[in-house]
Design a protein around this ligand. Structure first.
Ligand SMILES: Cc1cc2nc3c(=O)[nH]c(=O)nc-3n(C[C@H](O)[C@H](O)[C@H](O)COP(=O)(O)OP(=O)(O)OC[C@H]3O[C@@H](n4cnc5c(N)ncnc54)[C@H](O)[C@@H]3O)c2cc1C
Length: 456
């Protein structure tokens, strides 16, 4: 059991939260609702939401930072998003497809490949029937073949995941798959997101803008943290300011946090941080004239290497408000996710053209059709990879940081992909505040670690 953190703090501690994504905003709201501590939320950019933010371009197209939909088994999440003064959320049924060998197959692929022509479907069915099943400790690559059979692994799981994760699947663990990868049980409605919510206006980022408003001047934008002095307990901002803290919640990518600490962390902590793997992701949004074709689902997966993107989101399917004038008869908009190796910085030559060609190949755009709007954005750290041995490195890093009074939480702060969604992030933020103010533990974080410890 964790020792209540508050027992080690001054009477009225000052808690600083780094980042105004879902984790930092939920932490800020929890802090705003109490009187035991002074607090402040610092956000480097001029807008809130982090990876879950949205923007409207000059033509009126709304772009999310990758396809984002809302779902959760935690009732507190919807209360945060859609309480009084927050966003109006609209419920939708999932319509997701996979484009394979020139055919559209309903998602999950392993439950619908039988709709392919017999020559394509038969070997996949035979491989699935003969699959031996998973054994503990398998790499993700081995797990895919063991659960779905080699033909399905070769057709979908290996190429799709190699494209997405940008790291060898043999070096990834299979500990995270339970809530993230569908079984091959023929159920079309698999998964926590078979129904989902999406804001009626303003894209996925709208609820976070509303949450930020409730923080008032407790939130500072354009306040980039450059260094953290763990000895003097001060934060150094890019504009030269120094701020004191007693407890810190950081939501920036964990390796970046380690690199910012003064004095420098011990060599074994730096080595553990250096072993963490992640991908980067280019987002390319294309706004086009004309309505969406009937075959366009809300989101579409592309396992084959001929397509530069791993997934396309049809922004209009989440609601016409994502289009100029909310006019789905005049406009359509596709948001492509193009994974890249971690550390990528330069836009690949021909990126936008390659996305256009992919749309044409999938029948979603016509040759010669010119986009009326083009949006590009790099997410330098998008998916924290569940690599083999990651748990030991993460345990070492989080124990070291918590000893300094620093709680690194959220998708990239915690670095646990299993609890890397928006609802998990918000809950981690809220529960980290509870811990700093005296609660014995952080239920979501502790539960995930209890699961991982069984396999460590
Ligand atoms: C492509 C993609 C698709 C996704 N789809 C879904 C989905 O459909 N459903 C779902 O639930 N989740 C989805 N997610 C996950 C979701 O984006 C995250 O769960 C969520 O944004 C994590 O919130 P966070 O606050 O932990 O981190 P972030 O969103 O990364 O926010 C961190 C914030 O910290 C700020 N920051 C960083 N460094 C500093 C610094 N030095 N000083 C000050 N501020 C700093 C950043 O600017 C940022 O605003 C998706 C993620 C990706 C990448």
């Amino acid at each position: 059991m964790n020792r209540p953190y508050a027992s080690r703090q001054p009477k009225r501690p000052r808690i600083v939260v780094i980042g105004a994504g879902p984790t930092g905003l939920a932490a800020g709201l929890a802090l705003a609702g109490q009187s035991q501590a002074d607090w402040l939320v610092l956000e480097a950019s001029a807008r809130v939401g982090g990876l879950s933010g949205s923007l409207r371009d000059e033509r009126g197209f709304v772009w999310d930072m990758g396809g984002h939909v809302f779902f959760s088994s935690w009732p507190g999440f919807m209360a945060l998003l859609s309480g009084p003064g927050r966003a109006t959320m609209v419920e939708r049924r999932r319509r997701a497809k996979v484009f394979y060998s020139g055919h559209w197959v309903d998602f999950p692929f392993q439950s619908h490949f039988q709709t392919l022509p017999p020559a394509l479907a038969a070997p996949l069915a035979q491989g699935l029937a003969q699959a031996p099943g998973a054994t503990p400790g398998q790499s993700f690559a081995a797990w895919c073949a063991a659960v779905y059979g080699r033909p399905l692994a070769e057709a979908f799981f290996w190429p799709f995941n190699a494209k997405l994760w940008q790291t060898p699947l043999e070096g990834m663990s299979s500990l995270w798959v339970d809530r993230r990868v569908a079984p091959a049980d023929g159920r079309a409605d698999w998964g926590p997101n078979n129904h989902y919510f999406y804001p009626a206006q303003g894209g996925a980022g709208r609820p976070f803008v509303a949450m930020a408003r409730a923080l008032g001047d407790g939130l500072r934008l354009k306040a980039a943290v450059e260094a953290i002095d763990a000895g003097a307990r001060t934060i150094h901002l890019a504009d030269g300011q120094r701020l004191a803290w007693d407890g810190l919640i950081s939501t920036m990518p964990l390796p970046r946090l380690l690199a910012m600490l003064r004095p420098a962390p011990p060599a074994r902590a730096l080595a553990a941080a250096a072993r963490l793997k992640h991908n980067a992701m280019w987002l390319v949004g294309l706004g086009l004239a004309g309505p969406m074709p009937a075959e366009a689902a809300a989101w579409m997966y592309f396992p084959e290497p001929e397509f530069i993107f791993s997934r396309l989101t049809n922004m209009a399917a989440h609601g016409p408000a994502n289009l100029p004038g909310a006019d789905a008869r005049r406009w359509r908009a596709y948001l492509a996710e193009v994974p890249a190796p971690g550390g990528s910085a330069d836009q690949p030559a021909g990126l936008v053209q390659a996305v256009r060609e992919g749309l044409i190949r999938a029948g979603l755009a016509q040759p010669g059709e010119r986009p009326v709007s083009v949006f590009t954005r790099l997410l330098p750290v998008a998916y924290p990879a569940p690599t083999l041995g990651r748990e030991d490195d993460l345990r070492l890093l989080h124990d070291f940081l918590e000893g300094l009074g620093v709680f690194s939480r959220g998708r990239l702060g915690g670095w646990l992909y299993e609890i890397g969604n928006m609802d998990h992030a918000a809950r981690m933020g809220q529960e980290a505040v509870g811990r700093l103010l005296g609660a014995a533990g952080e239920p979501l974080w502790d539960e995930q670690w209890a699961l991982l410890k069984q396999s460590m």
